[in-house]
Write a protein that binds this ligand. Structure first.
Ligand SMILES: C[S@@+](CC[C@H](N)C(=O)[O-])C[C@H]1O[C@@H](n2cnc3c(N)ncnc32)[C@H](O)[C@@H]1O
Length: 282
């Protein structure tokens, strides 16, 4: 892909609320926009393509300790050179959702966008219902970006969406949340149980810890195994992009692709290479 198949969308503060983010967020955006561009262009001939965000945010992000405001992932996806046919954005914070609506009107007034207010888990039926019906003459393929602030993804929500043809890009807050709170989650495992859709990991972690495993990698591999129960091809841990707080060389989270088709992983490799840069990624 020509790297310019996705646009860097330049925006200015508009007085509406923003996501408050670290500078590393640009690395996440670049990877997701790059992959979304490859996906949308690559699947254009055969599929009606739908882009979904379960945790959509406000549309613009303010980079902490700076004056900079950048376009969030929903706006970047709307501004691809080969856009998706439809977009679905869920956001639970009403002020952020209103800001997102206003920014979508500004940047992509004619795009087909469904906004779902509220909690993505409670509203998964509405999200699924907004995906156009699949038929032999109208093949629908979705790309769903799952980008929460913490490890609070619910596997049951992904299971519901996975009844349709949906690929996922999932941000796993392995280091910012799970590692920092490892002791807490061992004592209060319900959040991890919901992430993995099982409590069977408790005993496996005891064995893995004794063998010297690290909690973040263990969790990523458990999540991958849960996705594999729905026939998602298990991506190896190294293929998940680790995003770093580069000034301190401190890992924050991992971003992984989950698809049932090998071709998607070929595109993911291209996106990993094409979106790489000097901002502390490897
Ligand atoms: C990391 S931000 C998303 C940023 C966006 N993907 C971007 O890069 O521009 C996460 C967002 O999820 C929202 N959120 C948190 N829990 C949620 C839930 N259960 N359902 C829907 N939205 C949620 C938060 O209000 C926040 O705006």
């Amino acid at each position: 892909m020509n790297a310019l198949d996705y646009n860097t969308v330049n925006v200015e503060a508009d007085g509406l609320t923003c996501n408050d983010v670290g500078v590393w967020t640009e690395a996440k955006h670049r990877l997701v926009a790059y992959y979304a561009a490859l996906f949308s262009k690559g699947m254009k001939e055969k599929w009606k393509r739908v882009y979904i965000e379960l945790y959509a945010g406000a549309g613009y992000s303010h980079i902490r300790d700076t004056e900079r405001v950048i376009a969030g992932s929903p706006i970047q996806a709307l501004k691809l050179k080969v856009p998706f046919d439809k977009y679905i954005f869920c956001e639970q914070d009403p002020e952020k959702l209103e800001a997102l609506r206003a920014r979508v009107r500004l940047h992509a007034p004619s795009a087909d966008v469904t906004f779902i207010p509220g909690d993505c888990d409670a509203n998964v039926d509405k999200i699924a219902a907004a995906i156009p019906r699949y038929s032999k003459t109208n093949k629908v393929l979705s790309l769903c970006f799952v980008d929460p602030n913490d490890i609070g993804i619910k596997f049951a929500t992904l299971q519901e969406l996975a009844k349709k043809y949906v690929d996922f890009i999932v941000l796993l807050a392995l280091y910012t949340d799970a590692l920092r709170a490892e002791k807490h989650y061992i004592k209060n495992p319900s959040k991890i149980d919901q992430l993995l859709g099982t409590s069977a990991w408790h005993d496996r972690w005891k064995t893995a810890k004794q063998a010297g495993s690290e909690f973040p990698r263990f969790l990523a591999e458990e999540f991958t195994a849960s996705m594999a129960t729905m026939k998602y091809i298990p991506p190896p841990f190294y293929s998940m992009r680790k995003v770093f707080f580069y000034e301190k060389n401190f890992p924050l989270y991992a971003v992984g692709l989950f698809s049932r088709h090998a071709l998607a992983y070929t595109l993911w490799d291209k996106a990993l290479k094409g979106s790489d840069d000097q901002l502390g990624l490897f």
